[in-house]
Write a protein that binds this ligand. Sequence first.
Ligand SMILES: CC(C)(COP(=O)(O)OP(=O)(O)OC[C@H]1O[C@@H](n2cnc3c(N)ncnc32)[C@H](O)[C@@H]1OP(=O)(O)O)[C@@H](O)C(=O)NCCC(=O)NCCS
Length: 155
Amino acid sequence: MHTLRPALKMRGVCETDLHELHRLDNQVFKVTPYPYYVLRQLFDVYPDGILVLDDGMSLQGFACFATTADRQSSWVLGLGVAPDRRGQGLGRRLMLEVLRRLRQAGVHEVRLSVEPANVAAVSLYRSLGFTPEPEVRRDYLGPDEDRLIMRLSLG
Ligand SMILES: CC(C)(COP(=O)(O)OP(=O)(O)OC[C@H]1O[C@@H](n2cnc3c(N)ncnc32)[C@H](O)[C@@H]1OP(=O)(O)O)[C@@H](O)C(=O)NCCC(=O)NCCS
């Protein structure tokens, strides 16, 4: 039997979402979630830089981004979709909205770091026009945490 799932609304994060966002981040990034205090302070510094997908009861996806002080370039700092919601276009929907907001803000370039073996994420970013640096950066996020840096020019 199919259970009808509530529609998802994309919106900016609220302070009251932070514990639920932390739960989702732990579910998505089991080994390397952000500590609660990092999410808290990201929210404090970039309140407009966290988008969530809300089904009315819980959060099902999120994207975090931050723009440099000169407003020229931004970093996508996190993207996650609840495991049983993947493959339904939600990651793309979040990223397209992030890019739309950054274009509107006049940002010229977007960067992000991704685990080189993360096929789903790398494919998503490539499909959006991101290109990888030629070399993986060793220990980029700490010992044995190699990352591929990908960038997209917004013109
Ligand atoms: C990466 C992630 C956000 C993608 O979200 P999603 O909602 O499942 O992705 P979408 O359904 O929007 O798919 C968009 C594109 O991503 C790629 N993709 C998604 N899942 C894929 C998979 N399992 N294998 C290969 N490519 C995949 C495809 O290019 C897809 O486009 P298509 O549907 O036209 O083929 C999700 O898998 C996730 O939360 N992963 C764990 C957290 C993570 O790795 N975040 C990124 C850190 S940099």
